[in-house]
Design a protein. Structure first.
Length: 717
């Protein structure tokens, strides 16, 4: 290779880097890229003197820094003023218009507001020479070696036939980590017992400030341009002009940017970005509106450290700071004790949050939250609130670690602990309870009477949890079981909410599920109770009466057998047709059924072998009349053999309705897309499931096609 060929090879690799990291659209396979890169490394190894600083091989500097040099920005890196409402945005437009009274129509560039770390990148004659953090806006830190490790930042600007490479160009933008990369980073960190980051912004900022660039290189950092600083020899008239030209020179720009020309279009942009926020691959905390034309920008001017020609319109915060007021353990219907933090109420993600689950003991140990601690909580979209960080610096000196209870806070029974390695996988990827036999760890089916041993292939890391050992004599377990028993998908008893159940359990009217059907005998006493009128008691008793006649699948589901949900219950009902047969099913028969693995089969066997179950059923079954299962003919089940997935928001049907409908026609409805899926019914804003279905080449229909599909399902296979 001569020096000209070396130059060409570097340019070629740069072009591929650009396609891969900026455009997300590689045009050669990875293996071919690796091949080119190897050629480059080989040449440079043989000609070390020819290695140029801008070579793609020089992204990771070898020498760790001892500290970062400070760097004074030639032009201040400004911040943005915020608005939170259309009214405040209107004020912004009034202020702008006051300064340009003679111009009525002007363009506004709308951009997502990235939640990362701002940096300034200096290119001299097209070569990246410096990367500086924002710092305080005037002085930042020189993190050039780290910046060079970011693959979407070109080391050298791409040549363009229409734009001259500027002599000096300072590109400003946001370094960030995508949500997917962040999850991957944290999962790995957790696995290796390394530091877990609170959010992608902290991870990005922290990664930029690593003294060893080799560490930064391992972090999945990306970059998007949102402005510029000092420039020489770069002729641009407006922001949109700048973005177009800079993108041609190889800098990553945001394809969600949009040019509009009035305030109501700005608000439409805000709403559309807010609506798709979950699906945007990186964290954003609002949108930014900027007057597009530079001459107008100049006329509008600045106030102290922010421009008057731009404003950030913030989304409701997804993170908030609050204080832990107490931590206690909630007992679910399976007896599992879940640590829950009670918080000083705080608004986050648009709702007031005052409780936050800590999931399990592992999480409790990892976070070590204490009463009085200041915490950051996060609630994104419909996701349940999480504690993402405990602010240890603000911790009170006398704070105490949470003690893991050794007895149940509700009934005082001993607490038993299931450890992380309690479950294993044996052949066929089936799961079983781990047992130790002598020095050898093996598995059995979790049934003492039917001991079968298997050599373990792998131990599953299940989070440790603690359980009340008393089963159904514990009032909290009883309450949880009753709430499940009367819920909509089980006995569907209207008027028997959580509070009434608590009262009736407390007063001793209900000791188990069968007592619900004996409430009629206590009608007079019930009517006397505070808050229970004659009418509501009549309605309640009527609803109970009605629920006595129950479908087999609902009865199975109502029992709350661990891991036996709605679909499995329906499966069991259709396979066995009567309750007695389900009760007496053998382990071997159960695992033969579709979708029932050994763990669920073991749960079913254990449940029916339990003496508490026997005693409960002997009281409950006489109260009920279990509806006969109607065997449907082939004609009535045209969707038999169809495995259907529903995704996105459906307009005409509720999801439950549609699901019920499909199941009644013989289809199976699953929540995840796989090769076995026959059809995906996609509503509005369908996300990853739709993508996966597309990737796997699965038939996709929208709601409008649903009737066509029912008319002739065979066409869709
Ligand atoms: S423009 C003169 N555009 O927000 C305007 N900033 O609050 C200066 N940011 O430090 C910034 N997305 O880190 C601009 N599309 C965007 C942005 C953005 C995120 C950050 C940036 C800046 C901070 C200002």
């Amino acid at each position: 290779m001569n020096s000209e060929e070396y130059e060409n090879l570097k340019n070629l690799i740069r072009k591929h880097d650009y396609n891969y990291y900026v455009q997300d659209d590689p045009d050669i396979p990875d293996s071919e890229y690796d091949n080119l890169f190897q050629q480059l490394l080989k040449f440079e190894k043989n000609h070390p003197k020819l290695i140029s600083q801008d070579s793609p091989s020089q992204r990771v500097g070898i020498i760790p820094e001892s500290s970062f040099a400070s760097f004074t920005h030639k032009k201040q890196m400004l911040s943005l003023a915020n608005v939170f409402s259309p009214d405040e945005l209107n004020d912004f437009f009034i202020r702008v218009k006051k300064r340009i009274v003679d111009i009525e129509k002007f363009d506004i560039l709308c951009e997502p507001k990235m939640d990362g770390a701002a940096v300034s990148l200096i290119y001299e004659n097209g070569i990246l020479v410096k990367g500086i953090t924002r710092g305080d806006g005037s002085i930042g830190e020189d993190v050039t070696s780290n910046i060079k490790t970011i693959k979407s930042i070109p080391q050298k600007l791409l040549p363009s036939s229409t734009i001259n490479i500027p002599r000096y160009l300072e590109v400003r933008g946001e370094v960030y980590i995508s949500k997917k990369d962040f999850d991957y980073l944290n999962t790995n960190a957790m696995k290796n017992s390394e530091k877990v980051f609170a959010n992608p912004r902290n991870a990005a900022a922290g990664s930029l400030r690593q003294l060893d660039p080799a560490i930064t290189a391992k972090r999945p950092l990306s970059f998007i341009t949102h402005g510029f600083g000092e420039c020489e020899g770069f002729d641009v008239e407006s922001l949109s002009d700048f973005f177009e030209k800079i993108s041609q020179l190889g800098m990553p720009t945001n394809n969600l940017n949009k040019l509009v020309d009035n305030m109501s279009s700005c608000l439409e942009y805000y709403e559309s970005i807010l609506k798709t926020r979950e699906k945007i691959p990186f964290d954003i905390d609002g949108v930014v509106y900027k007057i597009n034309d530079f001459k107008l920008q100049e006329r509008i001017g600045f106030i102290s450290r922010s421009p008057r020609w731009a404003i950030a319109h913030k989304f409701p915060a997804e993170e908030a700071l609050t204080i832990i007021e107490s931590i206690n353990f909630q007992i679910g219907r399976t007896g599992v004790l879940t640590p829950v933090a009670r918080l000083k109420p705080v608004k986050v993600g648009g709702v007031i949050v005052s409780n936050c689950t800590l999931h399990n003991i592992d999480e409790l140990i990892r976070l070590d939250p204490r009463v009085g601690d200041q915490v950051i909580i996060r609630r994104a979209g419909d996701v349940i609130p999480q504690i993402v960080k405990v602010n240890i610096l603000e911790r009170k000196k006398n704070s105490l670690k949470v003690t893991i209870p050794s007895s149940c806070p509700s009934c005082g029974s001993d607490v038993i602990q299931e450890n992380a390695s309690d479950w294993g996988v044996y052949d066929n990827k089936k799961q079983a309870k781990v047992k130790t036999f002598g020095s050898k760890i093996e598995a059995n089916y979790f049934i003492e009477s039917d001991l079968e041993r298997f050599e373990l292939k792998e131990i599953i890391n299940k989070a440790a949890f603690i359980k009340c050992s008393s089963d159904f004599t514990c009032p909290e377990i009883l309450k949880g079981s009753l709430i499940h028993f009367v819920s909509r998908k089980a006995f569907d008893i209207e008027g028997l909410g959580q509070e009434i159940i608590t009262t009736l359990v407390k007063l001793g009217f209900i000791k188990d599920q069968s007592d619900i059907f004996k409430l009629l005998n206590h009608k007079d006493e019930l009517e006397q109770l505070d808050g229970f009128g004659k009418k509501s008691i009549n309605n309640l008793l009527a609803s109970i009466q009605e629920s006595r006649s129950v479908d087999l699948s609902r009865l199975i589901y109502s029992l709350g057998i661990p891991e036996v949900g709605e679909a499995t219950s329906r499966n069991l009902a259709n396979a066995y047709l009567n309750f007695e047969k389900v009760q007496n099913a053998s382990f071997k028969d159960l695992v033969e059924l579709d979708d029932i693995g050994s763990k669920v089969a073991a749960n079913i066997i254990n449940y029916f072998q339990d003496s508490h179950t026997t005693s409960l059923l002997s009281k409950l079954l006489p109260e009920l009349s279990v509806n006969k299962i109607k065997l449907l003919s082939r004609k009535e089940t045209p969707l038999k053999g169809f495995l259907i997935v529903l995704t996105g928001k459906l307009a005409k049907y509720s999801r439950d309705e549609l699901k019920e409908n499909l199941i009644n026609l013989g289809a199976k409805v699953s929540s995840s897309v796989s090769k076995k899926t026959t059809i995906v019914i996609a509503g509005e804003n369908a996300g990853s499931k739709l993508k996966k279905a597309n990737d796997l080449g699965i038939n996709i229909i929208d709601e409008d096609n649903y009737t066509n599909f029912l008319n002739d399902p065979s066409k869709y296979i």
